[in-house]
Design a protein around this ligand. Structure first.
Ligand SMILES: NC(=O)c1ccc[n+]([C@@H]2O[C@H](COP(=O)([O-])OP(=O)(O)OC[C@H]3O[C@@H](n4cnc5c(N)ncnc54)[C@H](O)[C@@H]3O)[C@@H](O)[C@H]2O)c1
Length: 361
């Protein structure tokens, strides 16, 4: 591996749970993490201790850090509502790249402002949909592209009972779009239940979701998420989660159906006693072998450097995350309008937030 330590310096904004994965990605590529920022003194200190950042380079104000450090790479690891302002603020300092967490933003208006700010500053912007680099999802991708199930016809995906579009659905939709070669989506038909008005990672999220969407080559996709909130205390089961409890196998459980068979992925962890990724064809079930891969964040950062140096489009380019967000926004809009929503949409705000704020749901 070439020594990148003299060319690139990374900083991390928001030192919570996911920031460690970004840091490992930089370390794996010999890119020094020179500074970090968090409004929480304990968080910034813990991160600083863990990754060897001197006390004077642990900041409570990320703008001060950006101004003093002028880094080549910035990680934005804050809650959802801060992704847009922090990315736009970072772009003002013209870093070569920003690696922001998912979802890209809470609305398409915000996502466009982030993408435009980075275009103006000539900054590569990528979003943390790292499951495109995880062995089980790559295994299914490779088998699909090798023709193991013939032509892809439809996809089915299920999230766990506590999740929602902005939290985990963004990862699942991103994977489904990848399996369909990131083709444009022609329409979305969705329904949500959002009675509890709960929040997660800094934004309102729905309780239960169904989203059906159609790629422009005809591949039909159905996604279900959540439902647990609505079954928990009062005994009223409004929406039965397909799987009970939160376990790896129902984080992004995906079934790919083709003209000659199907591939099933047990999400983030295998169900005990079952192959993690399986090919079902001609009445037989075959376990598919997982490829040996570097860690997702190491590979993301390696490709980020390649994008900076060659101009190649990163697999996690912000334009892809925007397309994923468009499905999320269209699902909310479909629920509001009770109709199919044709894409592309020109909706700048988040219909879920509008519906809740207007007392419509
Ligand atoms: N890609 C993944 O698989 C994955 C996994 C977990 C979380 N995430 C995403 O990462 C993001 C962060 O999630 P988390 O679980 O690490 O959250 P967290 O709550 O563990 O950490 C968030 C940190 O942000 C800090 N913060 C808040 N306001 C700030 C400000 N103005 N300036 C600087 N720091 C500030 C908080 O003090 C906290 O330390 C979310 O968008 C989440 O969706 C992604």
């Amino acid at each position: 591996m070439s020594d990148k330590s003299k060319e690139y310096r990374a900083v991390v904004i928001a030192c919570g749970r996911i920031s460690g994965a970004h840091a490992h990605g930089y370390q794996s590529n010999n890119i020094p993490i020179v500074a970090c920022a968090d409004i929480n003194q304990d968080a910034v200190n813990a991160f600083g201790e863990r990754f060897g950042i001197p006390k004077e380079r642990r900041y409570l104000d990320y703008n001060e850090m950006l101004d003093k450090e002028r880094p080549e790479i910035v990680s934005v690891c804050s809650h959802h509502h801060l992704h847009a302002p922090m990315t736009i603020d970072s772009a003002k300092y013209k870093p070569l790249a920003i690696f922001c967490e998912k979802p890209i933003a809470l609305s398409l208006g915000e996502a466009d402002a982030m993408i435009n700010a980075c275009k103006e500053s000539n900054t590569v912007l990528i979003i943390g949909h790292q499951r495109r680099f995880s062995p089980q999802y790559v295994c299914a991708y490779n088998a699909l592209k090798d023709g193991a199930i013939g032509e892809l016809v439809s996809m089915e995906a299920h999230g766990h009972p506590w999740t929602s579009l902005l939290v985990d659905g963004t990862h699942t939709i991103d994977l489904l779009r990848w399996y369909a070669d990131d083709l444009p989506i022609s329409w979305v038909f969705g329904q949500i239940d959002s009675r509890t008005h709960r929040s997660a990672w800094g934004s309102l999220v729905e309780d239960a979701t169904i989203s059906i969407f159609n790629f422009n080559n005809g591949i039909r996709t159905i996604l279900t998420l959540g439902g647990a909130n609505l079954t928990k205390d009062d005994g009223n089961a409004y929406f039965e989660p397909l799987w009970k409890g939160v376990e790896g196998s129902n984080y992004h459980h995906i079934i790919l159906r083709g003209t000659e068979g199907q591939i099933e992925i047990d999400g983030d962890a295998p169900t005990p006693g079952r192959p993690w990724v399986r090919l079902i064809k001609n009445g037989a079930i075959k376990e598919l072998e997982l490829p040996k891969l570097p860690s997702a964040h190491a590979e993301i950062v390696r490709l980020l450097i390649e994008s900076i140096e060659t101009g190649s489009k990163h697999l996690l380019d912000a334009s892809s995350a925007r397309a994923t967000l468009e499905v999320i926004i269209a699902t909310f809009e479909s629920s509001r309008k009770r109709s199919i929503i044709q894409l592309p949409i020109d909706i700048k705000e988040n219909p879920l937030f509008e519906m809740i704020n207007l007392g419509e749901i």
